[in-house]
Ligand binder design. Structure first.
Ligand code: HEM
Length: 535
């Protein structure tokens, strides 16, 4: 090694590393400058003031000053673990999603368990719902199943969620209780919200005082849809069932544990994972059609209702094993961003109005919690499959986009990412009840008539100006095929104009007029749209 300011430089795997001596890496500033003294700030003399010049002191304190980020607005207290999901039964008949069709395939997951009401530093064991959020890093992108340990919810519509949470969280004037349902505002809200009574039965049961996070069930709560390769959709409810069985404490134990060990559940999970005692859950689905749903004595889109297993039995299709504690709590457990709208091709939403509101709320809050639209680039959030699009820039941009094309469609670069019409994400077809389509009405298909109207309304010298402007601007375009394409469009507007521009650009032959760059799909109106049309 080389000697550098008392530190050693050694070559490791072709890279030069600074070492402070022995086996320790050198302590450096964020600019890589090795420190000679991390114990004393720079002073004018031993009894004098600290010098503003001390960039080492300033960097260290400034970074520390900014260590905290906002905690989650709900589910702030959580414990996360890495693991894998393995499919045991294919749902090929129902879905194209590879995560649900490739038997034996192991997909990495990160699962975060949480309480709902308490802050990030609150006790693990209040009487509370437990969040059960799983991020599947599938080959087709990330799928987040953001569920709870109770199969139903308090409210039927997302517009009531801020009220529910304001009622359960600490009261705004007194700042307590931190994480308890035993207070006026919570019960006041519940007393005025009859739809919550089913959930109230569940939260007053021992389910909300679990013995261990390894012993809770998980539920996707809402109905989702699976979409198969014929575009047919089947409704689905998702379930996690702990191999250790559902186990709870009793209230007396809970109260004692809360005092004795704030971190009871986190410590239990840490101990289990680090001693190789890996918790496992069965993954099960309830599958049903619209016709079956029509026979249920309740609306399956109402999230205060579950589907009794007598009506639709559970089908176990896979398992999840959690087997690796994160290296760093903040980088992984704290920075992970789950979102119910993270879906993969072959899975779709239902019209449950609670789910519909959740679809935008998570990303929205994470923009302030994580502070940048590029938080998907943080390793714990990034897909493990390749991903690319034309989004660019923004705070904390880590990806270096190559080339000049940051838009779509483009004819310039063979490397810019393109749509995948067959295997890309498709919503439930518009022919389904409640189906959707990325469609544009045929009445939007005429792009040229008014362009022609404008052109022919101009006087001869104005027309000449338009033609010369086109020739001048297009002559600056390097790519001949782009010039030709524009002249082709002009032919749909006015043949003489096209010829004039072609001649000005020195074309020997006038290019063909293109068909519309993107074929316009004929929209099949749904029955509801037809009714509106008749009014
Ligand atoms: C966080 C579940 C309803 C907004 C969470 C988390 C879970 C969860 C498990 C924690 C995620 C994590 O570990 O990081 C559920 C379930 C619901 C529900 C099962 C109903 C069935 C709602 C509704 C809204 C909402 C209706 C808003 C309209 C949020 C927000 C966060 C959150 C803003 C914080 C996300 C973050 O900061 O990363 N939810 N939630 N939730 N939930 Fe929900």
């Amino acid at each position: 090694g080389l000697t550098l300011n008392g530190n050693l430089q050694v070559a490791v795997g072709g890279e030069v590393h600074q070492i402070a001596g022995g086996e320790h890496p050198a302590l450096t500033t964020n600019q890589g400058v090795p420190l000679s003294d991390n114990q004393n700030s720079l002073r004018a003399n031993p009894n004098g003031p600290t010098l503003g010049e001390d960039f080492i002191l300033r960097e260290k304190i400034t970074h520390f000053d900014h260590e905290r980020i906002p905690e989650r607005v709900v589910h702030a207290r959580g414990t996360g673990v890495h693991g894998f999901f393995e499919l045991t039964t294919s749902l090929k008949q129902y879905t194209t999603a590879r995560i649900l069709t490739e038997v034996g395939e192991r997909t990495p997951v990160f699962t975060r368990f949480s309480t709902v009401a308490g802050g990030a530093g609150s006790v693990d064991t209040p009487r509370d719902v437990r969040g059960f959020a799983v991020k599947f890093y599938t080959k087709e992108g990330n799928w987040d199943l953001v569920g709870n340990n109770i199969p139903v919810f308090f409210i039927q519509d997302a517009i009531k969620f801020p009220d529910l949470i304001h009622a359960v969280k600490m009261e705004p004037d007194r700042g307590f209780p931190q994480s308890a349902t035993a207070h006026d505002t919570f019960w006041d809200f519940i007393s005025l919200t009859p739809e919550s009574m089913h959930m109230v039965m569940w939260i007053m049961s021992d389910r909300t005082i679990p013995r261990s996070l390894r012993m809770i069930e998980g539920f996707g709560v809402h109905s989702f849809r699976l979409i198969n390769d014929s575009g047919e959709s089947t409704f689905v409810k998702f379930h996690w069932r702990p191999k250790l069985g559902l186990q709870s404490t009793i209230w007396d134990e809970t109260v004692k544990i809360s005092g004795a060990d704030q971190d009871f559940h986190r410590r239990d999970m840490f101990d289990a994972i680090t001693s190789g005692n890996f918790p496992e859950w069965e993954f099960a689905v309830q599958l049903f059609t619209q016709a079956e749903a029509d026979t249920f004595p309740f609306d399956h889109l109402d999230p205060t209702k579950l589907i009794p297993e007598e009506l639709v039995p559970l089908k176990v299709i896979g398992r999840m094993v959690l087997d690796r504690w994160p290296n760093n709590f903040f980088a992984e457990t704290e920075q992970i961003a789950f979102c119910p709208s993270h879906l993969v091709p072959g899975i779709d939403f239902s019209n449950d109005p609670l789910l519909q509101g959740r679809l935008f709320s998570y990303h929205d809050t994470q923009l302030s919690r994580l502070g940048t639209p590029n938080f998907h680039q943080i390793p714990i959030n990034a897909p493990k499959c390749p991903f690319s699009n034309q989004q660019r820039d923004g705070h904390m941009q880590m990806a270096q986009q190559a080339g000049r094309v940051a838009y779509d469609p483009s004819s310039l670069s063979g490397e810019s990412p393109r749509e995948t019409p067959t295997n890309g994400f498709h919503s439930a077809a518009i022919t389904e009840p409640g189906g959707k389509g990325r469609i544009r009405a045929a009445s939007f298909a005429d792009h040229y008539s008014q362009a022609r109207l404008f052109y022919i309304s101009q006087t001869a010298y104005e027309q000449a100006h338009i033609a010369s402007a086109l020739v001048f601007e297009l002559s600056k375009v390097e790519h001949v095929h782009v010039r030709e394409a524009i002249v082709g469009h002009l032919r749909h507007i006015d043949e003489a104009l096209a010829q004039r521009v072609a001649a000005g650009l020195g074309f020997n032959k006038i290019p063909d007029a293109p068909v519309a760059a993107r074929p316009v799909q004929e929209m099949k109106p749904s029955p509801a749209l037809q009714i509106i049309g008749k009014m």
